[in-house]
Design a protein around this ligand. Sequence first.
Ligand SMILES: N[C@@H](CCC(=O)N[C@@H](CS)C(=O)NCC(=O)O)C(=O)O
Length: 336
Amino acid sequence: MKIIFLLAVLLCPGLACAGKTSDAILERGQLACGVSTGVAGFSAADSKGEWRGMDVDFCRALAAAVLKDPNKVRWSPLTSQQRFTALQSGEIDVLSRNTTWTLGRDAGQGLVYAGYIFIDGQGFLVHKRSGVMSAKQLDGAEICVQTGTTTEKNLAEFARASRIRFKTLMFENLRAVLKAFFSGRCQAFTADASALASIRANDSGKPEDYVVLPERISKEPLGPVVRRGDEDWFAVVRWTLFALLEAEERGITQANVDALRARSDDPAVQRLLGVGEDVGKPLGLDREWVYRVIKAVGNYGEIFERNVGPASLLQLPRGINALPRDGGVMYAPPLR
Ligand SMILES: N[C@@H](CCC(=O)N[C@@H](CS)C(=O)NCC(=O)O)C(=O)O
């Protein structure tokens, strides 16, 4: 995989000739979507092998937009370490997997972030019986961390700034980290707080025995990533994210999308649903693409509520991930 990437860099400086990803997707008849190996609520296969979660719904939305079918997705489960190489080498079209947007990842690696789908921060999961209530009480503790993450460096910086020492136990595989943490080999597991809520609720077997500590020691804006050099595909991914937000803003839901398409006289709604000004053409899509996206997965708010919201297994508050009118930062430029 690395060799292919090196060849691509040599032949296409700056990866400017990455080719038309949309054409490749159409030809293949499937979107190649990189997900995690299993973080419930974001991307995880259920007992029937069906992929579910916010990041999964985002890939289904892309497939609905481009291939007119949300089920035409090939899922590639990737560890933290594997994810960027898989995207660079062309194995996947998009990485949609709790991946933090940072300068170093967004520039200089042949990759580019299309936006953020969930804003998070790094936290700590501990065993309740330890009595630990704050990360500062973890001085001298052994902390489990997954390699290839922003988590590693944040932890070291937090320790230095707080004048405490940790012993870090590093693992490449999430299942191995969880085994170490649940068996008591480390006193805490540090990762994105949303992933910790997921692990506590879904993987611990006894959520009441574990606590996510209140500290958030970093900024972790998670979002979809594509290869640099294909602006057309980048635009499709970015505007699919914006369309999900704008649909929420305009009150378009999976349940009312047909009725609104048939009867709404609001030009903004008509545009979105393919019966007004054409918002498909500039993206190389047909005019009904947003209609199909909302019909397939619902608007951003619905995706949030279903997968990670207060009534879901994870029970996460909407918080900063709300629309601006509700005090959040999920803002979409006008779709017109
Ligand atoms: N957001 C952070 C952490 C993301 C991450 O990979 N977290 C781990 C720990 S929860 C994970 O998702 N592992 C799942 C896997 O490797 O399949 C990053 O982008 O580096």
